[in-house]
Ligand binder design. Sequence first.
Ligand SMILES: [Zn+2]
Length: 366
Amino acid sequence: MSNPLALYEFLFSAFAFALGAVVGSFLNVCIYRLPLDLSVNQPRRSFCPSCKKQLTWYQNVPLLSWLFLRGKCANCGVRIAFRYFAVELLTALLFLWTWKCFPWPMAIAYWVFVSLLVVATFIDFEHFIIPDEITIGGTVAGILASLAVPELMATASRGRAFLTSALSAALGYAVLWVVLEAGKKVFGKKRIHLGAPTAFSWTRKGDDADFVVGDEQGLWSDYFARESDQLILHCDEALVGDRNLGAADLRFHYDRVKVAEEELSLDSLDRISGVVRALEIPREAMGRGDLKFLACIGAFLGWRAVLFAVFAGSLIGSIVGLVTLIIGKRVWSAKLPFGPYLALGALIWLFYGEPLVRWYTGLMNP
Ligand SMILES: [Zn+2]
């Protein structure tokens, strides 16, 4: 540390890390409150999710508090999820890494961007949505950041940076829109052959219903994303209300079921059960939030990142989906979020995009 430059370097790096930890602490608040539509700045202080007691300042020091309290609430002793610590550490490391890789005006813009990626990832994993505050807000932030720091779009002209950023955002939205619409035609249904005839039941529960096939239980509304979605059960035996229909195909929409030529409103039924051989469930590859999220990625990183994030995200997502299915950590009906894989693709591009492009063009033009 005799060299003053090295000392400055060290101090700034420590500052970037500490700032990341503090921001990560705020991101935890966003991850918890945004999907519940709670305000992120009211109440000002963080509170224990279990006993609701407000945390004192020394119980709220990023990273350190979780370690010293050994992951428990000081008041009620309930476990505080490891996620809180993980988000703070991850954000701190990303801030530090960004600081090391980019000149400071770009680093500050990318701090905002990686924060958006962290929030989107953790909310999507838990709730299968990415809130508009993150996606639309992030797109606007990305376009404004490009106007302020045109280097983000690899140009010196503010006008050109603004335009590139806005068009890249539009491209991001459009690319996934096409994938979504095409995917609906091709993969819109997933046919599942059950190994052996399996008992199923549909039981009304308030405005919704429990849908059980063998050991798997799900909420009826979770299977349907749009009006035209159809869920088909090929049954060996079907009991609809108090009628035994024997072997039949039940064609469900969210609010009605069609048997042979007869259509029944599900509002008029309390229970449907029987034995099913195979079923077809509607499948949505991704949500509308993913379209807006990719727009945000485009606004910050440009059009090449859009294409790369879709490619890398799909690849990583498919591998994870396949592996978790094979090792039995996931059941066939489980949804897979796409946002976290898009975020990972964007991160890879942010830190390794340029070397990857050089490597690839080297392969093409040896
Ligand atoms: Zn507590």
